[in-house]
Ligand binder design. Structure first.
Ligand SMILES: *Cc1c(COP(=O)(O)O)cnc(C)c1O
Length: 317
């Protein structure tokens, strides 16, 4: 992503526990790879990263309840409302980031207010905005880019930052000084131009039981799968409570071993006819390449990552 973003610095969104993979583990490795700017959603998330001593920005900004943590200096708030700007000024200011809305109408101060001097005198490290449709070829991308670019020089911001993962692929006009990919760092493919991105997270599960299901019998809740012939079946210790969603019922697979029947909360059945040697206690890797897994399960690539549950051991290879 750093290479694709040209002269712009490449930061990282590590919110939602590093998109489900473990924020500290992710941030430590990205820092070792040269990443210097990290984005979380909440102050609690910033607190969890504090021992690493990184430059962290908090996208949810500065609620009244956040003042103690925010003034402790562990991270910068990304101010996104007029009230937050006033709150930060009253607390003495200090380095901050500011989110300006360029048309998404989610978080951010208005560009008109910025032109009218809302941010005058504020010590802004990064002026930030966010693209609503970067994963599509929408005219809105260019509208947002042009509006954001027109704010260059209007504030004292040291840097400007617009692009998420998909935005990086929209071209150099979207890169400004800093890009903020999340999904792409974790193996998500937000646009066809990013198809070279490889899978990062591989969920594995263990076989708790292997059984021969006679022809005519069914497997799992609601008996949705019926054996046409006697079938070798393994029951895995993974289910929707682990983020292996019910959408994988009868559609997911572990290589040449298809999921059969309903995925349940803690268990999933696969047809192991193709691998006679697999036994109780063996581990199998579930297919989880994000674009394909999203199509199979009906979930977004983001949901698949951020739903990976607390019952996994997260092992780094
Ligand atoms: C989540 C988020 C990102 C990262 O987006 P991806 O689509 O995961 O690359 C960047 N900026 C902001 C403001 C975000 O909320």
């Amino acid at each position: 992503m750093d290479r694709l973003s040209g002269a712009a610095a490449c930061g990282a969104a590590v919110k939602a526990d590093g998109y489900g993979l473990g924020a500290s583990d992710v941030a430590r490795r990205l820092a070792a790879a040269g990443c210097r700017d990290f984005f979380v959603a909440t102050w609690r998330e910033a607190e969890a990263l504090a021992p690493l001593g990184l430059m962290v920005s908090v996208l949810h900004g500065l609620r009244a309840d956040d003042m103690a943590l925010a003034t402790s200096g562990i991270a910068r708030p990304v101010l996104s409302t007029d009230a937050q700007v006033a709150r930060w000024r009253n607390a003495g200011g200090g380095a901050c980031d500011v989110m300006v809305d360029t048309g998404m109408n989610r978080l951010g101060v208005s560009s008109a207010a910025v032109r009218d001097g809302l941010l005058a005198g504020l010590r802004i490290e990064t002026l930030v905005s966010h693209l609503a449709c970067a994963d599509e070829d929408s005219p809105m991308n260019e509208r947002q880019r042009a509006l954001f670019a027109s704010l260059a020089g209007v504030t004292d911001a040291r840097r400007m930052s617009l692009a998420n993962s998909a935005g990086v692929a929209l071209g150099s006009g979207f890169h400004f000084d800093l890009v903020r990919p999340g999904l792409a760092l974790y193996g998500g493919v937000a646009r066809p131009e990013l198809a070279a991105i490889r899978q990062v997270a591989v969920p594995e599960a263990q076989i708790l039981q292997r059984r021969l299901v006679p022809a005519g019998e069914t497997v799992g809740y609601n008996a949705t799968w019926t054996a046409r012939a006697a079938t070798e079946v393994a029951i895995l210790n993974i289910g929707y409570a682990d983020g292996y969603f019910r959408g994988f019922s009868d559609r997911g697979a572990a290589g040449d071993l298809p999921v059969i029947g309903r995925v349940s909360m803690d268990l999933t059945a696969i047809d192991v006819s193709a691998q006679p040697e697999l036994a109780e206690g063996d581990w199998v890797a579930l297919d989880f390449a994000l674009p394909q897994a999203a199509a199979q399960s009906g979930m977004s690539q983001y949901e698949l990552l951020t739903s990976l549950g607390a019952r996994f051991d997260r092992m780094w290879m």
